[in-house]
Design a protein. Sequence first.
Length: 171
Amino acid sequence: MIIRLLEPNDAKEYYDLRLEALQVNPEAFSTSFEEVITSPNIVEHYEKSFRQTNTYNFGAFQENKMIGMVTLFPETKEKLKHKASIFAMYVKPAYRGQGIGKLLLEAALKQAYELGGLSKINLSVVSNNHEAKGLYQRYGFKTFGLEEKALMVNHAFYDEEYMSLWLSNKE
């Protein structure tokens, strides 16, 4: 198992995994499958994103195949630079329960600590995704809000929990 930062040549495989994520767990993402497949030049967009120095996209690889992903996005606006967000966390169903999500989260958190200057990491998770919430809670994330009916997928509503992790004692 290898966890590493994604490179531009990973863009097509990331795109394929992203499509899978949006089909398998559409309730876990604010973007829809249809929005991604109709986006022009989306693979090129991912290539460009993986070249940026202010976004950290990690992939989990088993036998050279991407089986999981997560993104750490530090804020760039002056008043928000103390925060970062984690999003687009996904592990292929066949590999869940093997600690891959833990390794991806650890990679993102390690990167956040190495950046310095960050005090807080935010994320959101569908409130009925108990496995993901449990993982985040084990790393110290705490719920600070709940948005009822935040997402509507196939005529069903999903609540979203907002969680944060303080990296310093400045709560």
